[in-house]
Design a protein. Structure first.
Length: 169
């Protein structure tokens, strides 16, 4: 299974536990996690946010996290211009707000970026990418070295923890 499979709606068949904190309901649960990749499927109104949890303050039991949003109504990324080829988008604050069955997520990143999303359902998966090193890559390394040290949407992913917000029917 890959993060891309989970975004497409492939069900998790393994038994998973609960994460230490729930980024879908608890403020700052993603603090210091790094956003690696975002996938937006406009046709199916789904989005996936892939995080590196190796530096996260609250989520310490897994190296990789994935938020899957379904029934996406709004999605926005805004960032200040960067002069570097790569930048590590660490989460400064994460603020979920869920009212009347609607998931609202606001992430503010170090370096001057913000991501906001509104969706009708969401899931958070934490788990492991086999072979991922204990250390976060240095972005000054080569493209191949950086890619080898980070999870991607196509990496094999083994969810060990999950939490869900189901849409109201």
């Amino acid at each position: 299974m890959t993060p891309r499979d989970l975004i497409a709606g492939l069900p998790v068949t393994a038994v998973v536990g609960s994460p230490e904190m729930d980024p879908l309901t608890e403020e700052h649960a993603l603090q210091d996690a790094r956003l690696n990749e975002v996938l937006f499927d406009a046709v199916n109104m789904r989005a996936g946010l892939l995080f590196d949890l190796r530096g996260a303050m609250q989520l310490r039991m897994a190296y990789t996290g994935l938020i899957v949003l379904s029934g996406v109504e709004a999605f926005s990324w805004r960032a200040e211009r960067r002069s570097t080829k790569r930048f590590s988008w660490g989460v400064d604050s994460s603020r979920p707000s869920n009212n009347d069955g609607v998931v609202n997520l606001r992430l503010v990143f170090y370096g001057g970026a913000e991501l906001t999303a509104v969706a009708w359902g969401a899931a958070f998966f934490a788990g492991d990418v086999p072979g991922l090193p204990d250390r976060v890559p240095d972005f000054a390394w080569s493209d191949a070295e950086v890619a080898a040290g980070m999870a991607s949407m196509d990496s094999p992913f083994e969810p060990t923890q999950a939490t869900f917000i189901e849409p109201l029917t």
